[in-house]
Design a protein around this ligand. Sequence first.
Ligand code: NAD
Length: 251
Amino acid sequence: MNQTEPQRVALVTGAARGLGRAIAEALAQQNVSLLLVDILADRLETTCAELAANGTRCTAFATDISAKANCTAAIAAAIATYGRLDILINAAGLMRFNHATDVSEEEFWQIMQVNTAAPFWLAQAAIPHLLETEGNIVNVLSQSALMGTAYIVPYSMSKAALLQLTKSLAVEYADKPIRINAVAPGSMLTEISTGTRPPADADFAKIKRYSGTRPPAQPAEVAAVVAFISSPAASAVHGAIWPADCGVTAG
Ligand SMILES: NC(=O)c1ccc[n+]([C@@H]2O[C@H](COP(=O)([O-])OP(=O)(O)OC[C@H]3O[C@@H](n4cnc5c(N)ncnc54)[C@H](O)[C@@H]3O)[C@@H](O)[C@H]2O)c1
């Protein structure tokens, strides 16, 4: 980092574990200060303490981002803590396997609130601050935003909506000093599928179409892409949807 430049500040959602945590670690490597957000308060504290022990300025903000007020409060906490915000990473996400015909209203809206509405409310609250710092947003999609994926229909819908949030915001702010992009991972070895399994009578040939030929990626491999796009080195990248799916959506 140029010593005359202020230290960048990032808010990362879903940072207690998995990809969000790996992104926090990758940003820490770039000397970025962190406001970490997750609903899992204990795991979040542990992640933050481990990063702080390695010299990163890190603050944990445990909250449920499915409520708009909590999204606004998270952005306010970043400003109260560090006085600026340079990067918003929307990495929190929820996935549930189910037959489309068995999805309850509660399950449907829970997925939409976490995967689609929260990134919108967080972006809305962050944009005035990101305009001041000429900062950027990276939304974490999924290969499910780019292809049909059986037994996870609301998840796929929610990520496709997040894709359009990315592109539409990028167009709305085309003439402003802010970048808005997305990364679309394929399968990773994380806990997102903890507590959810394909239906017992699922046709696994349909799941195989999106599970890919190569082994699942490690979260750190995808986090490196997110960290690059959020960095000044990616200054020409705006409105981009960057797959990191080991070739699944290539066809
Ligand atoms: N693991 C995969 O195979 C895969 C594939 C494609 C995309 N993704 C996406 O990557 C992102 C990270 O997922 P992951 O694989 O690390 O899974 P994960 O379950 O380990 O991480 C998701 C995090 O989001 C948090 N979260 C969920 N609901 C929340 C809420 N209401 N408020 C605050 N935090 C909440 C969880 O507590 C968790 O820490 C997600 O957006 C996911 O959709 C994952």
